[in-house]
Design a protein around this ligand. Structure first.
Ligand code: FMN
Length: 174
């Protein structure tokens, strides 16, 4: 599976990093960040990862012909959300989202803001109607998490579920 992971400038960058850290090695990861200088050090436990420069519009993943299976933006800022909803593709993150839309591939956004403005909600509704998965980092209390790490594992496990990635990161409702 080829997976593009984009990390934009919203609170919760750690969630994007941990999302990658829990991924199986069999998944080929392509990482882009909008404004965070992430280094390979964060991903020592994942050796199947390529880090792309957000300004490199000529990167492999900028083309639909590269055949990415799924693209996620975790966390997704309201700025990046708005650009994706309008079809703006002015950097590699927004371009890969535009490619996922045009190629009708899986696109998962984890919008992080609180509260949401009507503009953000409209953008999410517009994208949801285009089959984009809108999956914000929201806790589920039924998983009986008692630490921040367990809450994060719950959210990441739910994202994996949505992408069809097997996991036992959280306690499922029985
Ligand atoms: C400390 C800090 C926290 C922020 N948290 C959020 C956030 O949770 N959600 C959001 O939409 N924007 C947040 N922002 C604002 C975005 O970083 C800003 O809109 C930026 O232009 C987003 O750019 P990008 O979409 O290219 O990453 C935050 C900014 C700062 C400095």
């Amino acid at each position: 599976m080829k997976l593009v992971v984009a990390i934009s400038g919203a609170s919760g960058v750690e969630l994007g990093i941990k999302f990658i850290q829990h991924l199986p090695q069999t998944i080929e990861v392509h990482l882009i960040t909008t404004d965070h200088a992430l280094t390979v050090n964060h991903f020592e436990n994942h050796n199947n990862i390529t880090i792309h420069n957000n300004s490199n519009i000529a990167a492999s993943i900028a083309s639909g012909s590269f055949q990415v299976d799924a693209t996620v933006v975790i966390p997704c800022s309201m700025n990046t959300l708005a650009k994706i909803a309008c079809g703006i593709a002015d950097n590699l993150v927004t371009r890969v989202a535009a490619v996922a839309l045009k190629e009708q591939k899986k696109l998962l956004l984890a919008p992080r803001e609180m509260p949401y403005s009507a503009i953000a909600l409209e953008n999410m509704l517009k994208l949801s109607r285009l089959h984009v998965i809108i999956a914000p980092p929201v806790m589920g209390y039924y998983a009986q998490s008692s630490t921040i790490e367990e809450m994060e594992r719950f959210v990441i496990g739910k994202w994996y579920d949505l992408l069809g990635i097997n996991n036992d990161l959280y306690r499922r409702w029985q």
